[in-house]
Design a binder for this molecule. Structure first.
Ligand SMILES: [Zn+2]
Length: 426
């Protein structure tokens, strides 16, 4: 049992639906077996629990751990290749790097770098795009388990238009996925996600095998890409003769457990179907800007009732930290002029935490620091001479402090990260 004392900010109620930032200047959070058992003014909680160990975090800010809903493990070393649109970037940068994970020694190193980078950035839960190679996916699950990260991941599959060494068959994809799911699905903090690369690289036969894995693995997740780039969308229409979302939907792959990355150029019919089925969209703004994919129509997602969360989309995205990603989401909406959604710091925190937990079906466990939730948290404690520390000292209230945090914070300012009450950083 541990009593945490801190200034706490979180978003238990969705700010897009009238919820407010919750700010407690001096809160006590009693954590028992990884769960928040009590929360209240520190003095009150302390009075009831005089004997407990107190972790005093008052020099900084305590936030819920970040939930990243789209990030590619094999692209760790491909971050920062600028100046190309999606399909050229895939051919020249991402896919050659993905092919190197055929070597388990190489994959082991990358898995270590990848998981460490997520934890370092304050991310406690992630929906991870795995590798095309089953042993490499195994290594990611193993590494995440060792570091304590909450991870949903799966074997990435494709059977056309990639590199030959990345292609699989419908039967092999099914067998390897089922074996990985047997080992890792609902095992501690890990879950399995069926993961076709994108419908562009998948025949109908392969998507059918994805549907079979999804059906045979109760409670598993589904993730892929959608509507990222106009040239990509045109090719999907040419191959399938239908909209991008319909290329998945005709295989039964669109539902409440589905998370689609990007959706920068959706049709109204696609938004309607996403909302009706309860599927979520992972918005990846640094990636969208780096590849020139476009300005995300958040207003149309919100008015259609589509759930939206954030993903860093490394390696097209430019880093792991959702402070930067959320700030970029804010920038993009500002640049959309009258159609842009003006985002407050509470919206940004929601998108990076509770919205992600909701998209991953984990809202009852993580995403805020309410009683009954797991203690998945990060402690921001910048050095006193940094612009962030100066900003926090002079902030005009909690919402302003949070805005300054999104503008200025980096992983260097994250001094503590906990998952299930276990300290995984610091
Ligand atoms: Zn992606």
């Amino acid at each position: 049992m541990t009593l945490f004392r801190a200034q706490v900010l979180d978003t238990p109620d969705d700010p897009f639906r009238g919820g407010q930032l919750r700010a407690d200047a001096d809160a006590g959070l009693l954590v028992v077996d990884g769960m928040i058992a009590e929360r209240g003014p520190y003095a009150d909680v302390r009075r009831e629990h005089r004997g407990e160990v107190v972790v005093d975090l008052r020099s900084g800010l305590l936030l819920p751990g970040f939930v990243d809903t789209h990030v590619h493990y094999p692209q760790m070393r491909a971050i920062g290749a600028l100046g190309m649109p999606l399909l050229e970037w895939l051919d020249r940068c991402a896919l050659p790097e993905e092919a190197r994970l055929a070597d388990p020694g190489y994959a082991q190193e990358v898995a270590g770098e990848f998981v460490a980078s997520l934890v370092d950035s304050g991310t406690t839960t992630a929906l991870v795009f795995g590798s095309h190679f089953a042993p490499a996916v195994d290594l990611l699950f193993e590494t995440a388990t060792e570091r304590g990260l909450r991870v949903t991941c799966g074997l990435v599959v494709g059977d056309r238009m990639l590199r030959p060494e990345l292609h699989t068959t419908a039967q092999r994809a099914y067998d390897e996925a089922r074996e990985l799911a047997r080992r890792w699905h609902q095992n501690g903090r890990t879950r399995y996600a069926v993961t076709p690369r994108f419908s562009l690289s998948c025949t109908d036969e392969l998507l059918d095998s994805c549907a079979a894995v999804h059906e045979d693995t109760a409670g598993c997740w589904f993730t892929s890409h959608i509507n990222e780039n106009p040239a990509e969308i045109a090719k999907v229409r040419e191959l399938f003769g239908c909209s991008y979302l319909d290329s998945y939907d005709k295989h039964g792959l669109v539902g409440p457990n589905s998370v689609f990355a990007h959706n920068v150029h959706p049709t109204d019919a696609e938004l309607k179907l996403l909302a009706a089925t309860g599927a979520s969209v992972a918005h990846c703004p640094t990636s969208n800007a780096a590849l020139g994919s476009g300005l995300f129509p958040l207003d149309r997602h919100l008015s259609s009732g589509v759930r939206v969360a954030l993903g860093c989309d490394v390696g097209a995205g430019t880093g792991f930290c959702l402070f930067k990603e959320a700030l970029q989401a804010y920038f993009l909406q500002q640049l959309r002029g009258p159609e842009g959604v003006p985002l407050t710091s509470a919206h940004l925190l929601h998108l990076a935490t509770s919205a992600g937990a909701d998209a991953l079906g984990l809202r009852d466990q993580v995403g805020d620091l309410e009683v009954g939730k797991r203690f998945d948290a990060m402690w921001l404690d910048p050095s006193p001479d940094t612009p962030l520390a100066v900003g926090l000292r002079h902030a005009d209230g909690p919402a302003d402090a949070l805005a300054k945090t999104f503008a200025l914070a980096t992983p260097h300012d994250v001094h503590g990260v906990w998952v299930d009450g276990e300290r995984v950083k610091g």
